[in-house]
Design a protein around this ligand. Structure first.
Ligand SMILES: NC(=O)c1ccc(NCc2ccccc2N2CCOCC2)nc1
Length: 246
């Protein structure tokens, strides 16, 4: 997968892509991350990339032309068609299902806004999807782009050493994750649930699924409805809910 990022701080995105899973995915040739700075395409000796908003109000708005030129340069760098995504608080909430869809594409082009955002005419003409990583405001779209890059990178086949861990991901089944434990068994902070020491993997899997279900029900009931629970799971949850301290 190729990801091009249009940003006034391309080094920011390059930096995040030089660590961990994303860096390894790049080393393995599974992913390529490329930054494009609109300032490199800005005219005049001040190389303006922003200007004052029509209608007044605080802050500045990113100009169309430098962004458009950077987008065109990014497009031209590879023959494959790119899906243009604008990271913005006004976007559609990003979910694991959307991540999975985007991870299957050959090219993404991420547009990162700064200042108060981007001239709407550029958004209408060039952007395929507006996505938000959550209902909060960041000083720029780069962090949101980094989140999306990480989420799609780890789903690239071969990116994670143990394929299980992607398939096992909590949101893989639409539920929160179960608790995890490691050595030592006995610790001042407590012990490890016996079932995890039993070596009985059918029991262990059932316990983990139930823990994930219970946690989801307690912390994110909104997700329970969406998760396709089997009748036995729904029945178990009703029993557990009846006895849960919450
Ligand atoms: N939730 C998200 O995905 C998210 C994404 C970006 C983002 N900020 C960049 C941005 C992008 C577009 C429009 C405005 C802005 N902002 C610029 C700075 O001022 C506030 C508005 N914030 C949160």
């Amino acid at each position: 997968m190729r990801v091009d990022v249009v940003s006034l701080f391309p080094e920011f995105v390059a930096q995040m892509a030089s660590h961990g899973v994303v860096a390894r995915a790049q080393e393995r040739g599974l992913l390529g991350v490329h930054g494009w700075n609109p300032r490199d395409y800005a005219e005049g000796n001040y190389r303006r990339v922003d200007d004052r908003p029509f209608g007044g109000g605080p802050g500045m708005v990113m100009l169309i032309d430098p962004l458009r030129a950077a987008l065109e340069a990014a497009r031209a760098a590879d023959a494959a068609e790119a899906r243009v995504i604008y990271l913005t608080p006004q976007g559609t909430p990003l979910t694991q299902d959307k991540v999975k869809e985007l991870a299957g594409r050959s090219r993404l082009l991420l547009l990162c806004g700064r200042y108060e955002g981007v001239d709407e005419r550029l958004v209408e003409a060039e952007v395929d999807e507006e996505l938000s990583i959550g209902d909060y405001v960041l000083s720029g779209g780069e962090l949101a782009a980094a989140v999306l890059i990480d989420a799609v990178a780890r789903l690239q086949p071969g990116a994670l050493n143990d394929a299980e861990s992607a398939a096992q991901d909590s949101f893989e089944h639409g539920l929160l994750d179960c608790p995890h434990y490691t050595r030592p068994v006995e610790h001042a902070l407590g012990t490890v649930p016996d079932v995890l020491l039993s070596g009985n993997h059918a029991l262990i899997d059932a316990w983990r699924r139930r823990q994930a279900l219970l946690r989801t029900w307690l912390r994110r009931p909104d997700l329970v409805d969406k998760a396709a629970l089997g009748p036995e799971e729904r029945q178990w949850l009703e029993q557990a809910a009846a006895t849960s301290p919450e």
